[in-house]
Design a binder for this molecule. Structure first.
Ligand code: SF4
Length: 264
């Protein structure tokens, strides 16, 4: 017990927190320099002219721009095809990389300018991601598949702790955890109820599954898909009869179908 004059120093396991001011300032300095260099570049090139710097430079820049444009336009054509027809002519890892790392941030930025609700962009992204994951045709062993559920799916007044061990659930039927547990036992796949994104990431790091079925709201699924790339993740948007983060739900049949899609 501490008396009034003593301060709590933390336990031996506590991590000493030091503000990362230096890292922030260093990044700020580097970013400012990069923006200034870019501004100088955009002033210098038109003023002096590429040909005056080196006669081959206009051709090199032209070839680089054409290659980049073909790459991005090709990706856009495939993704548009997938969105309209619900399928892709073929699967490519590069295409999923483009979708997750390039088009999504671009779409969010463009959507912000055009005032398109972010949730619509996230839903489209989740849909396209799922199509691509199914097209990968990757089949995993049941024990290498993980179902990740958010804690908010639990009945609010249930006092049973299912986040440590989901098998603690008594299967009373007041929420879908009981049904999910039966399904996971039946199919031999792991089920984990996560209290948040960090815990979910740690679970992926520890278990190293070959594929994941994740259930959450659009925002959490979108950030989770980005963070877990290139892991194949089938993302399922939760039901929210009482709004966000409170007694959410999921269609168990959708989970069953996702297991069929991934387990071979
Ligand atoms: S199904 Fe399980 S987790 Fe849900 S309320 Fe009943 S005992 Fe609690």
């Amino acid at each position: 017990m501490l008396d009034g004059s003593q301060k709590w120093q933390g336990s031996s396991e506590s991590i000493d927190y030091k503000p990362g001011r230096f890292v922030y300032l260093a990044l700020l300095g580097v970013s400012t320099l990069a923006v200034s260099a870019l501004a100088f570049f955009f002033w210098y090139i038109p003023t002096v002219g590429l040909r005056n710097i080196h006669p081959a430079l206009p051709y090199i820049l032209g070839a680089a721009l054409v290659t980049g444009s073909v790459f991005v336009l090709g990706g856009t054509a495939f993704i548009t095809n997938a969105a309209i027809k619900g399928r892709l002519p073929f699967y490519s890892h590069t295409l999923r990389w483009l979708l997750v790392k390039f088009y999504l941030p671009l779409m969010v930025m463009a959507g912000g300018v055009l005032k398109i609700p972010k949730i619509k962009i996230e839903r489209a992204f989740i849909d396209l991601n799922n199509q691509m994951v199914k097209m990968m045709g990757k089949k995993v062993r049941p024990e290498k598949l993980l179902i990740l559920m958010p804690h908010c799916i639990q009945f609010d007044n249930c006092r049973i702790k299912v986040t440590r061990d989901v098998k603690n659930c008594a299967g009373c039927g007041k929420c879908e955890i009981g049904g999910l547990l039966s399904l996971s036992d039946e199919c031999g796949v792991s089920l984990f109820i996560s209290t948040g994104g960090t815990v979910a990431r740690r679970k992926l790091y520890e278990d190293r599954p070959d594929a994941v079925i994740a259930v959450a709201c659009e925002r959490d699924l979108t950030s989770g898909l980005q963070d877990s790339y290139p892991l194949p993740v089938l993302a399922i948007v939760n039901k929210r009869p009482r709004g966000y983060c409170m007694e959410t739900g999921v269609a168990i049949e959708e989970i069953r179908q996702a297991i069929r899609d991934l387990v071979g």
